[in-house]
Design a protein around this ligand. Structure first.
Ligand code: F6R
Length: 259
């Protein structure tokens, strides 16, 4: 794991955007894995500034990590709409190349299989942007999820539903109970995994992900097995890391060829 501690959420976003831009520079038709929620917002803002300065997303594709099940198509808090507003439109992507699991489908298992096929047909994800839940979930793979799972339906924990009630006017009864999420196995297939986390309430999950024993109780620990995982956190989210000096030393002494 490469652990980067940046001073503020804005710096986290700028660092993460830089890594995505590097992939896109090398491969204009790169396949980007995109996340929703609050954590990636500074990254999307930084990417939008880069797009205004000429970074071209028009040939790139994107696959979202997850979607609620049961919200009507076009619901403003469905991840399809969030991704359309925050990613597709702001970065100037081709909407036909931006994919979100079909949480409103009549046949949900078929929609999950179709999603896995679509990722494979696109050639796999080049760089997957991730957030982390306060309970250690990635995507919506809640604690106890299979570490080898593929895209499927999951039941959200009460903690995740109450954390996300802020997007539904604070009304827990409006937050769906189920979702479609890429599995941990799907996420681990991405060529680069880029996780961003900010704020004190992520500190214990970040510590467990980076330094804890790997296991399904903290699904993000699966990234310890990823061949190229980059963890970008702000000071608050880094506050419980015990080997901080070492991570900073590695960051500051990277050989030129590795930058
Ligand atoms: C979102 C997703 C989730 C979030 C996580 C953190 O697509 O897959 O894993 O990244 O719940 O959410 P925020 O960033 O809102 O704290």
């Amino acid at each position: 794991m490469e652990i980067i501690v940046a001073p503020t959420p804005k710096h986290v976003g700028e660092f993460a955007a830089g890594r995505i831009a590097k992939v896109l520079d090398a491969k204009p038709n790169a396949v980007l894995g995109v996340a929703t929620g609050s954590s990636p917002v500074p990254t999307y803002e930084a990417l939008e500034r880069m797009a205004q300065q000429g970074l071209d997303f028009s040939q790139a594709s994107a696959f979202a990590l997850d979607e609620y099940v049961g919200l009507p198509e076009g619901h403003p808090q469905s991840y399809a709409e969030v991704i359309r507003r925050d990613v597709t439109e702001r970065l100037g992507m081709n909407p036909e190349r931006v994919h979100v699991p079909r949480g409103h489908a009549d046949d949900i298992p078929a929609a999950c299989e179709e999603y896995e096929r679509a990722i494979a047909t696109a050639g796999g994800v080049d760089i997957q942007l991730l957030g982390i839940g306060a309970n250690g979930h990635i995507g919506f793979n809640e604690p106890s999820s299979s570490l080898a799972g593929r895209t499927r339906v999951k039941t959200l924990t009460p903690k995740t539903r109450s954390d996300n009630a802020r997007f539904f006017d604070g009304d827990l009864s409006l937050v769906p109970t189920h979702c479609i999420t890429q599995g941990i196995g799907t996420i681990l297939d991405a060529r680069i995994a880029l996780l961003v986390a900010t704020g004190e309430d992520k500190a214990s999950a970040v510590q467990a992900m980076v330094e804890g024993p790997a296991g399904a109780f903290c699904p993000a620990t699966a990234l310890q097995w990823h061949r190229r995982a980059i963890i970008v956190v702000d000071e608050a989210a880094a506050s419980q890391l015990t080997q901080r000096e070492y991570y900073d030393f590695v960051r500051d002494n990277r050989p030129d060829w590795q930058r």
